[in-house]
Ligand binder design. Sequence first.
Ligand code: GDP
Length: 299
Amino acid sequence: AEQRFSFLGRTRQIFNRLGNTVQETDTITDSLWDELEESLLGADVGPSTTLWLIERLRQRVSDENMRTGGQVQQALREELSALLGKSSSLRFSKQSPLTVILVIGVNGSGKTTSIAKMAYRLKREGHSVMLAAADTFRAAAIDQLQEWGNRVEVPVISQKPNSDPGAVVFDALQAAQSRGSDVLIVDTAGRLHTKFNLMEELKKINKIIQRFVPDGPHELLMVIDATTGQNALLQARKFAEDIGLTGVIITKMDSTAKGGFAFAVADDLGVPIKFIGTGEKVENLMPFEPQNFVAALFA
Ligand code: GDP
């Protein structure tokens, strides 16, 4: 397990040091809480989640008569795990032979790469996967998805730049059904522009999907870049609830000391983290397992 989490590098250093400091504390004083706050903020757990955590721990120290740093350390790990919730894998259709996964995220977040990584992973698990290039605003985005499709040997349905995303989805659903694919991943909005536009676009796409697959779409995932941290979250928070987000993929966990961002995401958006991106290669996508993640941070 150690090895699998080596990508956490600098984030792990922060939590590790924090864990040791707390563990070795003789008496629980204000300076311990200050240090805790500083470390959590440094790992990008974010101001509101950090404050909440510290309040919660202080309360527990008092309620449970904790006296040693070891007890506080244990409580910290419990609270961090609780914030992340249970692990949550992709949801597949129970009623239809075809599962449809919509993916949204701003340009540069790692959306295309994450879609390719998911396709690669699902294919290896025995699924027959197809991709739809419904983020039609940028020609480069369509080409890039096509390239990834070639690389992971998964068909990509696309149309000309600026064509109607709904039309692309329609084509893709027809193609998926006629070729007997069981998972269709749709590369959707790259510009999240305004909430209204995003909702309108998703509504149209959902309607088309439901003509083919009445219980779809089965996932609506947002890709969020860990290196942009709290800024990305600010925007995501505006959309999450109203668009019916079902999960997030946090990318670039390998290139930041901001791995604590995962706690802010789970706390703020209230949806599960499905996967984390751990590098640029197609196999660098890890199903997110809260317990293991927290254990690895302190290991
Ligand atoms: P899109 O514009 O959102 O589709 O973003 P891309 O998928 O093109 O990714 C943007 C850049 O981020 C590319 O250089 C990717 O290789 C890189 N990237 C994506 N995911 C990860 C990740 O998990 N780790 C690292 N280190 N780089 C990533």
